[in-house]
Design a protein. Structure first.
Length: 253
């Protein structure tokens, strides 16, 4: 059988070795799963029923969280779209542009939003604005990489056909490739939008506002019934964005 070839046996042994090393380094012990029942009892006793009295405040803060995630991701998409054409090998004008752009996107992508947030909080002060910039910069790197890969995998036929009828290079690239990749671009955008909502929660821990800051404050003061409602509101936001994104993607396809 194909799975018993020497190559697959070697790959399997290497994988087992890395799993073993990872378990040693992370102190991963199966018997500790027995203690998870303590977490269940803790949540059951401390989190319920949720503190519904803070709902009006959380609704207000949820709009701040949505605004941070939407604005940061949308600006990132606007910036990443043209950059991604320079980061794709089949549309970049020169190998130097291709390599430089790919390297720049990798740098942006490698720096977590929390690091950008800490830097910009020091530079411009507390509030949602540093969070928007942090989300934007990281997502320029992520979306630029993802969209450039979509461009590279696009069908070359329509592009060649447009060139054959006299279209300039960039007109051919824009109007032959962009319609092909647009549904996937939207899919990536809404996924990053969902991720940005979760990221904005973490950025709230450093004073960026929104539900994240409320969650941090409630945890710090051990108001676990309020934490339960924070988590519920976060879940509603993510489900809402996923639902709206799905509807928009269906219309775009």
């Amino acid at each position: 059988m194909v799975w018993f070839k020497r190559r697959y046996i070697i790959i399997g042994l290497i994988l087992i070795f890395f799993i073993w090393i990872s378990m040693r380094l992370t102190d991963f012990q199966l018997h500790k799963f027995e203690q998870f029942i303590n977490a269940f009892y803790f949540v059951q006793e401390r989190f319920f029923p949720p503190n519904w009295s803070i709902l009006p405040k959380l609704i207000e803060e949820s709009f701040v969280t949505l605004a941070m995630a939407f604005l940061g991701t949308f600006i990132a998409l606007i910036i990443a779209l043209p950059i991604s054409f320079m980061a794709a090998y089949n549309t970049s004008r020169h190998p130097i542009f291709f390599s430089t752009t790919r390297a720049s996107l990798s740098v942006l992508r490698s720096i977590p939003e929390i690091v950008f947030g800490l830097v910009f909080v020091v530079a411009v002060g507390l509030g949602p604005f540093p969070a928007v910039i942090a989300i934007m910069l990281h997502n320029v790197g992520v979306l630029g990489k993802l969209i450039s890969e979509l461009i590279e995998s696009a069908d070359h036929g329509p592009q060649e056909a447009m060139k054959a009828v006299g279209a300039t290079r960039w007109v051919a690239v824009l109007f032959s490739i962009l319609p092909q990749i647009w549904p996937n671009v939207l899919s990536h955008y809404f996924y990053r939008f969902e991720v940005a909502i979760r990221t904005s929660l973490i950025l709230g821990f450093i004073g960026a506002g929104g539900i994240g800051q409320q969650l941090f404050n409630h945890f710090q003061t051990m108001q676990y019934k309020s934490v339960a409602l924070d988590i519920l509101m976060i879940s509603v936001l993510v489900i809402l964005v996923d639902f709206v994104g799905g509807k928009i993607r269906k219309r775009a396809i």
